[in-house]
Design a protein around this ligand. Structure first.
Ligand code: NAD
Ligand code: RBV
Length: 374
């Protein structure tokens, strides 16, 4: 198969690319974010004569140039993270999109975009939402983002987390992981939410829950993890304390309004790599990390391999499934087949050296039956 990939060019992704090649696929790859490519990794893959298009610090035009280069290889499978590859195919190459057997999508925001496209009846081929597999969403987004986002904040600032008012915007999978790790480092965690159930979960976990307009006045460190736009805007920034740190770990750089920060600031200077100090008219300084792009990939190395292995095992197994079955599936967004998800969990447990119990036939009869009462 000819696979077009659009996913952060990191060491973990490089192993996925090599794995796909070892299975006999031809691959062509671009990054899925202007700031997440690890240049040494891209160079190493290029040296292995793997088609790789990306470097750190791409402009928007260069970013789409890389995606076009990948599309020009005439893929019959796609692997996307955020759906920019799929949208470019649909908008600029609709004829080619029809030729594609199937695709996969790595992240929450990408799955949302694809479902919206499918609902309008415009999605042209079947795509498996790898993000929604239990062995992806409940691990990569929670433990991966939890650890690597804090890693990004620390690398870009070297601040002490203990004692800080640490505001997590969005208490979904990613937010839950970040809040858990910040609490472990001694922060006073504050959560902002729009969903009452997730807000309640945060409150019962012991975090303070409040609207952003109130959190803005007391927070020291802010991180957005919502997949929504305009979560932190100028009206919040104008209430913030001097020295506040702002960052985002959601897929796109729309969660912290960088344009409003630029408008409010009278000057800016880079004080460390991935850390821009903005001085406002009244002298307050706000520090924006990784240009408001995913802080874990912009200022650190993304998730460690011990969690990306599960995400990418789902990718690999889903692509094999699509290579075999894609032709028989209608255009639409599909879940990772349950048995593949469970297979990934089983193998991961084995590699971690854990064994689990098995139900006896009597137990199976008991839990499936209704006969036994008091
Ligand atoms: P999720 O759906 O599990 O959680 C998102 C949460 O944000 C929900 O609880 C929702 O109610 C809340 N929310 C939405 N709009 C909000 C707003 N305006 N203010 C406050 N809360 C709001 O999604 P997720 O899996 O946690 O993913 C979140 C984002 O992170 C997505 O963009 C996803 O693609 C991205 N992501 C990034 C990484 C990474 O490596 N940095 C990893 C996984 C996912
Ligand atoms: N992500 N990839 C890495 N080390 O390659 N780290 C995080 C890596 C993915 C993660 O699966 C998430 O859904 C997506 O990046 C957001 O763009």
């Amino acid at each position: 198969m000819r696979i077009a990939g659009c996913l952060h060019i990191t060491t973990e992704t490089a192993v996925l690319v090599r794995t796909l090649q070892a299975a006999g696929a031809q691959t062509a790859w671009s990054g899925c974010n202007p700031l997440s490519t690890q240049d040494d990794v891209a160079a190493a893959l290029a040296q292995e004569e793997i088609d790789i298009f990306g470097w750190r610090g791409l402009s928007k035009d260069e970013y789409y140039w890389c995606i076009e280069k990948v599309i020009a290889t005439k893929p019959n499978l796609t692997l996307d993270d955020g759906a920019d590859l799929v949208f470019t195919l649909h908008e600029a190459h609709p004829g080619q999109a029809k030729e594609i057997v199937g695709g996969t999508e790595e992240t929450t925001t990408g799955v949302h975009r694809l479902r919206a496209l499918a609902e309008e009846g415009r999605l042209k081929y079947p795509i498996i939402g790898v993000n929604d597999a239990e062995t992806k969403w409940d691990f990569d987004n929670v433990y991966g983002t939890g650890q690597s986002s804090i890693d990004g904040i620390i690398r870009a600032t070297n601040v002490l987390i203990a004692g800080k008012n640490f505001v997590v915007c969005g208490y979904g999978h990613c937010g839950k992981g970040i809040a858990m790790r910040a609490k472990g480092l001694g922060a006073n965690v504050i959560v902002t939410e729009v969903d009452p159930v997730n807000a309640l979960k945060a409150a019962m976990e012991g975090y303070r829950v409040m609207p952003m307009i109130n959190a803005a006045k007391i927070g020291n460190i802010f991180i957005t993890a919502t997949g929504c736009n305009d979560v932190i805007t100028g009206k919040h920034m104008s209430l913030m304390k001097d020295g506040v740190i702002l960052c985002n770990t959601g897929h796109f750089n729309v969660e912290v309004s960088v344009s409003e920060l630029e408008r409010l600031a009278k000057s800016k200077r880079e004080i460390r790599p991935n850390n821009m100090e903005y001085t406002l008219a009244d002298g307050r300084r706000l520090y924006l990390l990784a240009e408001g792009r995913l802080v874990n990939l912009g200022a650190a190395e993304g998730h460690p391999s011990e969690v990306m292995d599960m995400s990418f095992a789902n990718q690999f197994l889903s692509l094999i499934y699509l290579a075999k079955e894609g032709k028989n599936l209608k255009a639409g967004v599909y879940d990772v087949p349950k048995e593949l998800d469970r297979e990934v969990a089983k193998i991961k447990l084995q590699t971690m050296g854990f064994e689990i119990d098995e139900l006896t036939p009597e137990q199976v009869r008991y839990i499936r039956g209704y006969g036994a009462g008091t």
